[in-house]
Design a protein around this ligand. Structure first.
Ligand SMILES: Nc1ncnc2c1ncn2[C@@H]1O[C@H](COP(=O)(O)OP(=O)(O)OP(=O)(O)O)[C@@H](O)[C@H]1O
Ligand SMILES: [Mg+2]
Length: 252
């Protein structure tokens, strides 16, 4: 048994708007192991992005402890959380968050620049990853000249370019056509299945369920573990996607 890569202890998150406080995540305690592919399902507004933001150090919990890769994220100030994220986390945002004044290649290598510079090998890796997702002809373009799906592919490559330990993906295939969605999913799974990489993905797409090691739903602020096999039947998924992808769900 490995040390967990992610550990949540009694994590709650509430938001206050005016006089109203809403509890979004309610005393969540769980842990994920290195190398696991974790899927988060749940209806819109259930708290999937909120949870990913806590894991990525974008936001702090209202109470409880968030441990990632041995670091107590809940104890870090904003600046230290940002530094931690830049080194250890790859984050694919639901709304891309590309920097409009940087080109595709600059967006992709930004974390490397901020972490101290990009060497030749790292730049070549970034170019190769962009080629994998069919964007080598767009590396000098600015994000506002790209389609939604192209922007999403840049965001995916950016999340993995600095070789993070944990990749957090918020609806990473939401804007892609079926074929492109499969390509990026394949890339994500391949990259995250390299030694000890962990992928935590929020999605509405039930077709991804059979590929995951563990599937959780968020209901009334609580994290509820689901059985992937039962989920895929319930959602009418027949495993088509896993059959189409070269990669299949890993055996225990
Ligand atoms: N900064 C904020 N201030 C106040 N309320 C917020 C804030 N961010 C999110 N919320 C609320 O918290 C709830 C959970 O939002 P969240 O974005 O985590 O949902 P989600 O499960 O990712 O939904 P979707 O599937 O639509 O992306 C929603 O009701 C949302 O309105
Ligand atoms: Mg969301």
């Amino acid at each position: 048994m490995h040390q967990p890569i992610v550990e949540l202890k009694n994590v709650s998150k509430s938001y206050t708007e005016g006089k109203q406080t809403r509890l979004i995540l309610d005393s969540i305690t769980t842990h994920f192991q290195p190398g696991e592919f974790i899927l988060l399902l749940g209806h819109s507004g259930s708290g999937k992005s909120t949870l990913l933001n806590l894991l990525g150090g974008i936001d702090a919990p209202s109470s409880g402890e968030v441990w990632v890769n041995g670091a107590a994220i809940h104890q870090l100030n904003d600046h230290r959380r940002t530094l931690f994220r830049r080194q250890h986390i790859g984050f694919i945002f639901q709304f891309f968050n590309l920097i409009p004044t940087l080109t595709v290649l600059e967006n992709v290598t930004l974390a490397l620049h901020l972490n101290g510079g990009v060497n030749r090998e790292q730049e070549q890796r970034a170019r190769r990853l962009l080629e994998r997702v069919g964007l080598s002809h767009r590396i000098n373009a600015f994000p506002d000249r790209l389609s939604g799906g192209e922007q999403q592919r840049v965001a995916i490559v950016r999340a993995v370019a600095h070789n993070p330990t944990v990749v957090l993906a918020d609806e990473p295939t939401g804007n892609l056509d079926e074929e492109t969605g499969q390509t990026v999913l394949e890339l994500l799974l391949e990259l995250t299945r390299q030694v000890n990489k962990t992928l935590i993905m929020a999605t509405h797409n039930p077709e991804i369920v059979p590929l995951a090691d563990k599937v959780y739903g968020i209901k009334n602020g609580r994290l509820v573990m689901s059985n992937p096999a039962a989920m895929s039947l319930k959602n009418g998924s027949n495993g088509n996607l896993s059959a189409k992808l070269k990669l299949t769900a890993r055996k225990e």
